[in-house]
Ligand binder design. Structure first.
Ligand code: BGC
Length: 749
């Protein structure tokens, strides 16, 4: 099939022209600046955000306070009204207080890039999915990821992100696995903290979500998650704790589900006790969209802001304050938190200023982060990297790899330039829960790197035809994908659309078969022994094809490692199937009355009796062999670990050397695990630190990882706090959770 220029993807100059023209068409440049220059004693920048917020609060009327507690609907979907006119047509808008120079809060989803750009005639970069960035284990890359999102939000006139998903991957079938940062709380928490710091560096209010235990999408609005406090604090909540205390997000979004009986957005344990009191979170809590279910209860439990509308936090809230059922001090606390977050993030001192997104910088960053996150899962007989000089024929098979690469759906969806790459011209708009392909063509990237080779494409829809295409080619490269989205879970861990069959027959037809996966969740691989090499490329972002091309042909040495275990089968998961909601927990029968809405859908129960045993902790404890372990990933070079020293102290210092024993430069992710004393009653080991180390060929470096004492502790329910169990701790270091050559025991008390 011949590519039309549109289908093949726009070149950068065309792309810029497209952006500028569409911005002009959208009247982008003509809109008035929303907020007048602020004045008042609170503009004294030598005061703290809290002091400044207190000064504003003193001046505010009851109506003005209430206005900050809620949104005015979803500007994306609604006509322009006086209330939302100053917004940039994102998913949420809180009207500011012009009289006091307080701007509106203009929110956009931005998980892997700024959402809904296309509909507004704008451009935004699609970074590789969050899980791909997590696979880089690279804290600097996480900052860069967040900073790019912050810059592009600001350029589009937004001053708040709704990114920062950090629910740990308790069930790998969760349809939002691509938006999250893997199964380990220390890895996920550390990365989200850096991501938020990056975003907030652009004077954008940062947010982490979905707090908490929103670990399945099926029945997310009604499910009641049952879990012990200890297990919650040591798993899902630990990721949030690290994110909040190290990244200092100005906002936290509470989730749709219930936790131990109460909706997360009216759960006093989660919001007041843990988040605000224990973690000392000074910012504000906003509800997930439609996740507010009450006025008095939610307010008392610590919910500061209802989104996207004002069913509970508008007139009802005002009436409750006037009737005295909500104390003014409680109202003021919510308002102060919102104001102080605006000062802290800098959205008042650095007002929104629209400009043009730099697509060149975005593509470059997206490509680099993807290159750092691609995981080489298998490489027999050094099948990779490919040597272009020796290749005469290449068969490229499957997954629309002639035209594009897949992206994750739902509210995270970033619009590709020109629309869905695989749709005919004029039909390319992105739609909710539809597979969206980015115009980044692996076929072209491969051809560009092997200009003398004849590169042929087969769509991979018919196994026999794919095998014929592969037979006789010097190399066959099969692209396989599994799309996923918010609002749904995957039925199992198998590749869909008979792709397992295609891979099996292609690998049989051609011994030099390379499989490139575009998946976010782990997949099973009944064919794992057949191909020579397997690469996990995730949802690869705006410039994914060049990143994959660079790894395939060796100009980039792969260095990513799995942030999620790949099990052998879903039968090995803690729950062989996902508990689905019964019909009455799925929908209201007919339009819901306000009272029904307040109560929410009747709950159905999901019990996380595996507790803290999430991901590798489960497989370790249950002694279940896996397909590819957490933290696993190969390189084109090899590394040797030696010289472990563990020094106890305020933090435990772990020092060791890594040598690159090969002839190629690379980057090795060194992983540090601890095994706790038996009295702690914990799974066999947990990740307590990591470091990504760049090494030239034959270079050796000394690495020190300092371990936060909390990462060695357990959560003691009786004491309601973290506690180090005295005894012997084994510290293990290596390149994967199942390859830890260095071990030392240290006694701690
Ligand atoms: C999602 C959030 C998102 C919000 C606004 C909700 O359905 O769960 O992640 O930020 O919508 O789009």
């Amino acid at each position: 099939m011949k590519d039309s220029p549109r289908r093949a993807g726009m070149k950068i100059p065309a792309l810029i022209i497209f952006c500028l023209v569409s911005m002009a068409n959208a009247g982008y440049a003509q809109r008035p600046h929303p907020a007048p220059a602020p004045t008042g004693p609170w503009m004294n920048t030598s005061l703290s955000p809290d002091e400044r917020a207190a000064l504003v609060l003193k001046e505010m009327t009851l109506d003005e306070k209430i206005a900050l507690l809620h949104g005015v609907g979803m500007p994306t979907d609604e006509p322009v009204t006086p209330e939302n006119a100053a917004s940039n047509r994102g998913v949420g808008y809180v009207v500011g207080i012009p009289r006091l120079g307080i701007p509106g809060i203009d929110m956009s989803d931005a998980a892997y890039g700024v959402r809904s750009s296309g509909v507004n005639g704008r451009y935004s970069t699609a970074l590789p999915a969050n899980v791909a960035a997590a696979a880089s284990w690279d804290t600097d890359a996480a900052y860069e990821y967040g900073a790019l999102i912050g810059r592009e939000l600001r350029a589009q006139g937004f001053n708040m992100t709704l990114g920062g998903g950090v629910n740990i991957t308790r069930d790998p079938r969760n349809g939002r696995t691509f938006e999250y940062l893997g199964e380990d709380p220390v890895l996920a928490g550390t990365l989200v903290a850096r991501l938020i710091e990056g975003t907030q560096s652009a004077h954008v209010i940062g947010d982490i979500k979905h707090y908490a235990l929103n670990d399945q999408e099926s029945g997310r609005n009604s499910v009641n998650v049952n879990i012990s406090k200890r297990a919650a604090r040591e798993s899902d909540l630990l990721a949030f704790e690290i994110g909040v205390t190290q990244g200092h997000p100005a906002a936290v979004m509470c989730s749709y589900n219930r936790v131990n009986g109460d909706f997360a957005c009216e759960n006093s344990y989660l919001l007041n006790e843990v988040l605000k009191k224990d973690w000392q979170f000074p910012g504000f809590v906003l509800s997930d969209w439609g996740g507010t279910h009450s006025t008095e209860k939610a307010s008392a439990a610590g919910l500061d802001n209802e989104e996207p509308g004002h069913f509970f936090y508008g007139d009802r809230y005002k009436a409750a304050v006037q009737a005295g059922t909500i104390p003014v001090a409680e109202l003021d606390d919510h308002v102060r938190r919102i104001l102080r977050s605006m000062f802290a993030a800098g959205v008042i001192d650095y007002p929104r200023q629209r400009s043009v997104v730099d697509p060149f910088a975005g593509m470059e960053t997206a490509r680099r982060i993807e290159e750092g996150g691609i995981v080489l899962l298998k490489n027999e007989r050094a099948a990779l990297p490919l040597n272009a000089a020796k290749l005469r024929t290449i068969a490229v098979i499957g997954s629309h790899s002639d035209m594009g690469m897949i992206s994750g759906g739902g509210s995270a969806q970033v619009d590709p330039v020109g629309g869905n790459a695989i749709m005919p011209p004029g039909k390319g708009a992105t739609r909710w829960q539809e597979e969206i392909w980015f115009p980044t063509s692996p076929l072209k990237a491969i051809q560009a790197r092997a200009p003398k080779a004849q590169v042929k494409y087969d769509p991979g829809t018919d196994p026999a035809a794919a095998a014929t295409a592969a037979k006789g080619a010097d190399v066959a490269i099969v692209f396989a994908y599994e799309w996923e989205s918010e609002g749904m879970d995957l039925p199992n861990l198998s590749l869909p659309y008979h792709q397992d069959d295609v891979i099996a027959v292609v690998a049989k037809a051609n011994p030099h078969t390379i499989v490139v996966l575009e998946t976010a969740n782990p997949v099973t691989m009944p064919w794992v022994n057949a191909p020579a090499a397997i690469l996990e490329a995730w949802f690869a972002g705006s410039d994914g094809a060049n990143a994959v091309g660079n790894v395939l042909f060796g100009s980039v040495n792969p260095s990513g490692k799995l942030p999620n275990t790949f099990p052998k089968s879903e039968a090995d998961l803690p729950h062989a199937t996902i508990t689905m909601p019964p019909p009455e927990s799925q929908h209201f029968s007919g339009p819901a009355s306000p009272e029904q809405w307040a109560r929410g859908l009747p709950p159905f129960q999901v019990t996380y009796d595996e507790g803290v045993k999430v991901g590798y902790k489960w497989y370790d404890a249950e002694k279940k062999p896996v397909l590819f372990p957490f933290g696993f990933g190969l390189s084109y070079t090899s590394y040797k670990y030696a010289g472990l020293q563990v020094t106890p102290g305020k933090t435990v210092k772990v020092t060791f050397t890594i040598a690159n024993t090969g002839a190629r430069a690379g980057a090795e992710i060194a992983e540090v695990y601890a095994s706790l004393p038996a009295a702690a009653q914990e799974p066999p080991k947990r990740l307590v630190g990591f470091s990504k180390v760049k090494l030239d060929a034959r270079e050796k470096k000394t690495v020190t990882v300092e371990i936060d004492p909390k990462y060695l502790s357990i959560f003691d329910e009786a004491k309601d706090g973290w506690m180090l169990v005295p005894g012997d701790y084994t510290i293990m270091v290596g390149g994967s959770s199942q390859d830890l050559p260095l071990k030392a025991t240290v006694s701690l008390k």
